[in-house]
Design a protein around this ligand. Sequence first.
Ligand code: GLC
Length: 461
Amino acid sequence: MKKKILLPLLLLALSPVMRESGAGCALAQGNIHKRSTTYEWPKEKDVVENLKAWQDLKFGVLIHWGLYAVPGIVESWSIVDEDWITRDTTMTYQQYKDWYWGFAEQFNPTKFNPEQWAQAMDDAGMKYMIFTTKHHDGFCMFDSRETDFTIAKHAFKDNPKRDVLKYVLEAFRKHQFKIGTYFSKPDWHSQYYWWDVYPTKGRNVNYPVDKFPWRWEQFKKFTHNQMQEILTRYGNVDILWLDGGWVCKERKQDIDMPRIAQMARSHQPGLIIVDRTIHGPYENYQTPERTIPETQLDYPWESCIPLSDDWGYVKRPRWKSPEKVVNTLIEIVAKGGNLVLGVGPTPEGLIQPEAVERLKKIGDWMKRNGKALYNTTTTPHYNEGDVWFTASKDGKTHYAVYMLQEGKSLPAQISWTTNLPKKEVRLVSNGKKLKTKVKEGKVTVTLPAGLPQQSVAMEIK
Ligand code: GLC
């Protein structure tokens, strides 16, 4: 009875709408990780090779699926006591946490259809995926032997697909996706991280690690073993994407990354490790979150940006338009990065129709224009107004992508002053040669009438 009354209040507190209006606006700050400012290339040759191959893919999906999908609220964060989090409910903090953990008994995604997910992402033109094996709340989306707190041992336990991770990865492999596993270093459900003997204040380990070294050792073992499960029981993994950058040596929460990396690569040679925001040998690429770096960067990076305002499923998502996503991707690729787009499946286990529809439109654009992005490299003059440039790896071809701003129409003519054609300019979509004039260091191309009102890619020879 009590739960029924409180639920709507709570959803309101954490809904994107409230966040926009200011009530929870710090949410967008409180949980955004800062990008490192320096980069170190890995020393292992096979890791560098894999990184380069990954850079060619340009576009992937970051799937957040966990307990938080059940009420449709922000992923994990509502159980943390930090200033930017508002829990508009009369439940005590402890009651709230118990209520949240209780979603394990309701999370029964009977329509779980990873093939539908993989098809939707393939249709969007994505080439790799990253799946939340465990978020900060500690709920495992794989059948971990290290804890009972997994989807395989609760409401979904009798379903043949209870070891969710296995079926998700299999579905995407069938579509030739590169495979990434997201894993949260902090675990707010583990007694080795948040120990009930102490109150939990904030996101960090809640007991003094130097006073309880045994307990912290247990946490290290637990974390190490879980990562090992993910990297040994589920086939090939290309990327291990570690979230929760506050779990690090500097903050006296050292989980021994050298040992983890050694274990990880003994099972998955050449594995790309993304110990995000921890500059050093285990941050193989940088992960600007919800933003695009100001300028081009000459080392591997990936912007992570959700398709709606939220990483996971929420009841009333505020979607980005397909055009917005396409334009974001164009800018990112011209600056040398990849885009991983966040999508959250429903508590029943499907990608909702509004997302599918948007993904399809993005994919339609990519089918026509993707040659200007996939497998390309950067060029020093990468931007002039609304025109963004990339280059083929052999350096023989440049691409110009005119970025149509939302609500605007394509101009009849486009001009730019760098990366000028020696021979011709053609539309990428149909190979049609464009009327082109080069004069005094400036090229002007005339776009044919009747082009779809979208950003448009051109090949410069
Ligand atoms: C932020 C959030 C985390 C989310 C991640 C995705 O770090 O804190 O909840 O999983 O972004 O990039």
